[in-house]
Design a protein around this ligand. Structure first.
Ligand SMILES: Cc1cc2nc3c(=O)[nH]c(=O)nc-3n(C[C@H](O)[C@H](O)[C@H](O)COP(=O)(O)OP(=O)(O)OC[C@H]3O[C@@H](n4cnc5c(N)ncnc54)[C@H](O)[C@@H]3O)c2cc1C
Length: 395
């Protein structure tokens, strides 16, 4: 009989960090996922994710990432490998920064919070970061606190740690149906025919969550976003200190990326924009020719040395996109014994070291000032995305 105190459905970063934290709080925890792990289609499974404190005027997100960065540094120790790289973050604009609210607000809030972002003009950009077209990118700042996390490797290392600490991790199990009554959830039955019982079920199934909990379909959707890996002819130009994690006027273009990744031998570039709505299981996860043409256009006007670089890999990855782009971490309002931790909306991984604590506080019913933002809420067609760095399309 698969019985535990807490059953966590989904072993991406939201589920894995929750399972580990709940285990450390003394619960018997089971974690299930179709696998193999880390799941190749999971959003968390990637070579790198941006870790940035810059969220416009949003002080809570900035403070959460500030705390998360300390957590990533501690994981580098605990996991015995440097999987978080503090390259700093380059936030550049195509106009003087005062005219770009996302960058200007982030810059001033960083200063107000006691951080030391370094303002840059065209000459400084050309001198310090020679890969950039400093005729086009004329303003912005460099923030020395931030960088990238090797997300897939972190998930894998945390899962090994969770197993060692007694989390029962079942791969090859796909939750299909919640068990119990309408008012009380007591477990799940899987597509593979197994039944798992628990006092509390936490659903953290990323973009697939709405399939298991259809009542969430009106407030979240799965959206697909292209990712590109390029092989630079001159890796040094794209290696710190010549280069850093970057956003290229992201709130108005969507473009962002990473320095040369020595392990993978590539420079990764991606698009943080509206994306296209996809079914998590049936949707076409391909990158289209017009998106590659868009990429080439961006590279030619931004990184001349990368304009003709070989494109060695592309991927369409799914966001679990809430309508307001804030996470969804709360107990179910009508079903006891059920909670949800999801809604990463394309920006959740950087919070990994604090996500487990948030989900565990929800399961335990503990107060946490950061949870109000992620509570079960009413959203409708009139709701706008609020994530400050996101390009919401030409308005
Ligand atoms: C292209 C792209 C770029 C991104 N870049 C960044 C970035 O730079 N910085 C950042 O902070 N964030 C970024 N994100 C967001 C971040 O990756 C996500 O917010 C985060 O990884 C979501 O984690 P998750 O655990 O909710 O979902 P996932 O990682 O998708 O994991 C969900 C898991 O649930 C499992 N599952 C699904 N259905 C079931 C079921 N029925 N039963 C059991 N298990 C199930 C799946 O197999 C999967 O393993 C990006 C996302 C994408 C797609």
């Amino acid at each position: 009989m698969n019985t535990s105190d807490i059953l966590v459905v989904g072993a991406g970063i939201f589920g894995t960090t929750a399972a580990l934290e709940l285990r450390r709080r003394g619960y018997a925890v089971t974690l299930i996922d179709p696998g193999p792990l880390p799941h190749p289609l999971a959003a968390s499974t990637d070579i790198s994710k941006v870790v940035r404190m810059e969220y416009g005027q949003d002080r809570q997100y900035m403070r959460m990432v500030d705390k998360a960065i300390d957590g990533f540094v501690a994981w580098n120790e605990e996991l015995g490998e440097t999987l978080y790289h503090n390259t700093g973050v380059l936030m550049l604009t195509q106009e003087p920064m005062e005219q770009v609210p996302y960058n200007w607000d982030s810059f001033r809030l960083l200063q107000a919070e006691g951080h030391a972002p370094e303002r840059l003009d065209s000459a400084a950009i050309a001198q310090r970061f020679p890969a950039w077209n400093a005729q086009r990118y004329v303003g912005g700042f460099y923030s020395p606190r931030g960088g990238y996390a090797e997300s897939g490797r972190i998930v894998s290392a945390l899962q090994s740690l969770a197993r060692r600490e007694g989390v029962l991790l079942h791969e090859g199990q796909t939750a299909d149906e919640l068990l119990g009554t309408t008012g009380q959830v007591t477990g799940v039955r899987t597509r593979e025919g197994t039944t798992f019982h628990a006092d509390h079920v936490l659903v953290a199934a990323g973009a697939w969550t709405q399939l298991l909990l259809p009542e969430l379909q009106p407030v979240m959707k799965a959206t697909g976003h292209p990712v590109f890996h390029l092989k630079p002819n001159n890796p040094t130009l794209f290696t710190p200190p010549n280069f850093a994690v970057f956003t290229a006027d992201v709130s108005r273009t969507g473009w962002y990326g990473f320095p040369f990744n020595p392990r993978e031998g590539v420079v990764k570039v991606a698009l943080h924009d509206p994306g296209n709505i996809l079914h998590p299981e049936q949707g076409e996860r391909v990158v289209y020719a017009d998106e590659i043409a868009q990429l080439r256009g961006f590279l030619a006007e931004t990184f001349p040395a990368l304009a003709d670089a070989e494109l060695v890999y592309t991927r369409r990855c799914l966001y679990c996109d809430t309508l307001d782009e804030h996470f969804w971490i709360d107990r179910h309002p009508r079903r006891a014994g059920l909670s949800v931790s999801t809604g990463g909306s394309g920006h959740g991984f950087k919070f990994a070291p604090v996500l487990g604590g948030l989900a565990a506080d929800v399961v335990e019913g503990k107060a946490n000032p950061w949870l109000a933002k992620f509570a079960w809420r009413t959203l409708d067609a009139g709701t706008h995305g609020e994530e400050a760095s996101r390009f919401h399309g030409d308005k």
